[in-house]
Design a protein. Sequence first.
Length: 118
Amino acid sequence: MDILIVDDSEFMRTVLKDLLAKAFPGCTISEAADGNQAIAQYRAKRPQLLLLDLIMPEKDGMEVLREIGRESGKKIVVVSSVGQEEMIEEARKLGADAYVVKPFDESELKSTVQDVLK
């Protein structure tokens, strides 16, 4: 399985990468630090799973969702510190399959990803 982690925080990308590598041994994980990199990486690699932050430089996560959120064959889990209900609803309308608010519990994120991939 190919996974793309999109977050402007290198620390958060490392946390997510470590967690996913343990939960899904053998998966291939790519990283992007902003929305422009996310779109380019997504188009080049077509990962099955995208973990997407919303607050980023260049192009934010909502803009990424507007561009690729409805494309078939992928699953998107938003992982963001923005937890307002309106943002969660908007992200889902744009194609997010799930939404996890930072800070998160590792088991919560893992079970959310597993549910999305079923």
